[in-house]
Write a protein that binds this ligand. Structure first.
Ligand code: KG4
Ligand code: ZN
Length: 360
């Protein structure tokens, strides 16, 4: 429901926007869905002109994982100073901003509420629209920030801590999920296996580092759900397989590295097999890989090899835009702003901790 005051402020916004029409579109993006506070400004001519990121890794390390309430409180502490720093970095003031994009979901409810409340309050004060962004759409569009970027339509492999999916990206906002994990996400499997290997948090990058020391020994992990048709994934069994291997091993650093290497190979191999299938099914020759796990070097090598064989192209965000960040939210906000269909004119603060990406 849009109330009387919401409508008045909407028309005010339109008036102000029409005054700003001659100035370039600049979107302030705010990301607070999990354990990173990310802020950035996207300028329609210059791209990302300000980018600040604060990672809560140290805060959660003691607990071996993200503590939601601590995450929310830390976002509260960091968000306004980061917005100020981003404006300074871009040499801009609030009057240069055309709209504020924020992660509306999915994610941790308290963390999302911090970003949404700040975004909506500033949008009200600055008299600009607020745009709620789907976190995964942010990841998915991040490779479009690069010089070498894909053209619609393309296949996207989204691999983060909470999601693993293959998406048929037909155009902006037109997303069909054609495969997804039926249990753990790829990043989650990395994190849980890293915990079993006593590597600490965040596990994914630490496991990947340890895997480099592997000696390519005889341990062979299964490639789950590749022996049957379909594009879904299942990664939770790999973690159990790893637990058994760790239990049976001599506990030496070398054994751990060998297990990490074999585990990583199994996850990446499985992802590559499903990507190949999905490319065949869709007929696309462009593959976009995004989300935290897309920072993995071995994954990048393997998918580069696959796309070379298939005569196709693979696209990634730069490393700093693989994991959570404000740049991807600012850019997704810019894309939505141009469409003018996702501008939220109500002052109600509403987040969506669970929010499907798909069209259906
Ligand atoms: O996209 P992201 O920052 O947050 C979510 O939206 O979930 O992804 C975080 C996930 C974590 O599970 C982390 O362990 C994993 O990405 N990750 C990696 C690497 N870097 C981050 N996994 C494997 N290798 C990496 N280099
Ligand atoms: Zn993410």
């Amino acid at each position: 429901m849009i109330g009387r005051y919401d409508r008045i402020s909407f028309y005010l916004n339109l008036l102000i926007m029409s005054e700003k029409n001659n100035s370039p579109i600049r979107i302030l993006g705010i990301e607070t869905s999990c354990d990173e506070t990310g802020v950035a400004i996207y300028d329609e001519h210059s791209g990302i002109v300000g980018h600040q990121l604060y990672s809560q890794v140290k805060l959660h390390q003691t607990y071996g994982g993200v503590v939601p309430e601590l995450a929310s409180r830390d976002h509260v502490r960091k968000i306004l100073p980061l917005i100020e720093a981003t404006l300074n970095q871009a040499n801009m003031t609030k009057s240069d901003i055309s709209a504020i994009a924020y992660t509306q979901g999915p994610g941790l409810i308290g963390a999302l509420l911090v970003g949404a409340t700040v975004a909506k309050s500033l949008a009200f004060a600055w008299q600009v629209p607020a745009i709620g962004i789907h976190h995964l759409e942010g990841h998915l569009l991040a490779p479009l920030l690069e010089d070498k970027s894909p053209k619609y339509p393309f296949l996207a492999l989204l691999v983060s801590g909470g999601h693993s999916m293959l998406v048929d990206v037909k155009g902006l906002g037109d997303y069909d999920i054609i495969g997804e994990s039926i249990d753990d996400a790829a990043g989650e499997a990395f994190d849980k296996t890293a915990k079993l290997l006593e590597l600490g948090y965040p596990g994914g990058p630490l496991l990947a580092k340890l895997a480099e020391k592997g000696e390519g020994n005889e341990i062979k992990f299964p490639r789950p759900m590749t022996d049957r048709p379909g594009l879904d994934f299942s990664f939770s069994g790999l973690k159990t397989f790893a637990a058994n291997r760790i239990y049976a091993s001599d506990g030496s650093e070398q054994s751990k590295a060998n297990i990490a290497e074999a585990f990583q190979e199994a996850v990446i191999d499985t992802l590559a097999i499903k990507c190949k299938r999905a490319l065949k099914q869709t007929g696309y020759s462009q593959l976009v890989v995004a989300g935290g796990v897309s920072a993995n070097t071995y994954l990048r090598e393997q998918l580069a090899l696959l796309m070379e064989k298939l005569n196709g192209e693979v696209f990634y965000p730069r490393l700093e835009y693989c994991t959570d960040n404000g740049a991807m939210i600012a850019y997704a906000g810019f894309c939505q702003f141009k469409l003018l269909d996702r501008q939220d004119v109500s002052h109600q603060i509403e987040v969506r901790p669970r929010w499907p990406l798909s069209n259906g």
